[in-house]
Ligand binder design. Structure first.
Ligand SMILES: Nc1ncnc2c1ncn2[C@@H]1O[C@H](COP(=O)(O)OP(=O)(O)OP(=O)(O)O)[C@@H](O)[C@H]1O
Length: 310
């Protein structure tokens, strides 16, 4: 176990930001903390890092109790915060060198690690640039390089792709996978379900400071009753047809807007076949058809009754 958070409670005056939150993160995994804005992700990370005091609970990292002065633990952690934290008066190279020098003493080794980090985030052409001259995506990559240059065993990234262009976003996600393949354990917070689906081995979904579900994405999707969502283009459905589709076994809901019908089914076999057979037998013309498995948004929606997105 790399991180063990037990029953954490954090209040900001009257607001309970973390409400008995527990997490267990194992060595070598990419662990996703998924939740809407304001659910408590940054507060969790700041408590884990002992940057914030909390009211109740305990936090262990690498099997030891985490404290504000636990420098032996902090040395092995890389932090990439939501807000870019670099020095505007230092170049790209000097920023990375500086952050690396907080953990590594030998100048030759710092230079080697700095070059490696620059290569890792593909900033070779920008070494002498000052942060103000970098685009948002490049700045994020610099922020990441500063956090990982000292080769930490545990890397914590708090929403590193917010307001980043798709190219930089892909580079960041690929980079995180590479860091993980190199042996680092990763904690990744985001409100983008696509990112955790793509990246994470295990996920905790949080809402209002509580873990509402956790597991692999398959486990999370198996927790809910929704099977698949079938979307079908058709201009010819009557009220009677809609009622009949609702009565097909295993169908949970039917929504029709005059152009497309969205049929949600409960878990079970051959749901798509049954729906298509209905259209075939009634000779109702169909256009495009597709069927989707539940998303993590569906999981969030079924548990909390609201959308993950704002
Ligand atoms: N310093 C603070 N003082 C008072 N309330 C705070 C403070 N920081 C956070 N909060 C509140 O605590 C709750 C959790 O906030 P937190 O920033 O941890 O959520 P988050 O999931 O990281 O959201 P976001 O992605 O918007 O940062 C929110 O209701 C937020 O308004």
């Amino acid at each position: 176990m790399v991180v063990k958070v037990n029953n954490l409670v954090k209040r900001y005056e009257k607001l309970v930001a973390l409400d008995h939150l527990s997490l267990e993160i194992q060595e070598g995994e990419i662990f996703g903390l998924l939740g809407p804005n304001g659910s408590g992700k940054s507060t969790t990370i700041n408590c884990i890092l002992s940057l914030l005091k909390y009211d109740k609970g305990s936090i262990e990292i690498f099997g030891k109790q985490m404290r504000p002065d636990a420098y032996d633990i902090k040395r092995d952690i890389g932090i990439i915060m939501q807000n870019v934290a670099v020095f505007n008066e230092l170049t790209v190279y000097d920023n990375i060198y500086y952050f690396c020098s907080l953990y590594v003493k030998d100048p030759k080794e710092i230079r080697r690690l700095t070059e490696e980090a620059i290569e890792f985030v593909s900033l070779e052409d920008f070494k002498k640039f000052y942060p103000k001259k970098l685009s948002g995506g490049l700045l994020r990559r610099l922020n990441i390089a500063c956090g990982i240059a000292h080769k930490p065993k545990l890397i914590i990234l708090d929403e590193p792709t917010v307001a980043v262009d798709p190219q930089s976003r892909n580079k960041i996600l690929e980079g995180i996978k590479k860091l993980n393949e190199g042996g680092a354990t990763i904690i990744y917070t985001t409100h983008y379900m696509e990112e955790v689906e793509q990246l994470c081995d295990r996920i905790a979904i949080i809402d209002k400071g509580k873990v509402i579900a956790s597991g692999t994405k398959e486990e999370l999707k198996n927790m809910i009753s929704l099977g698949e969502t079938i979307t079908l283009e058709t201009y010819h459905l009557t009220e009677e047809n809609i009622e009949e589709i609702k009565n097909i076994p295993n169908i949970a809901s039917v929504d029709y807007n005059g152009q497309t019908v969205v049929v949600k089914s409960k878990k079970g076999k051959n749901n798509l076949v049954h729906v298509l057979n209905y259209f075939e037998n009634r000779k109702i013309p169909m256009g495009k058809i597709y069927s989707e498995l539940p998303t993590l948004n569906d999981v969030f929606l079924e548990i909390t009754g609201k959308e993950l997105r704002d």
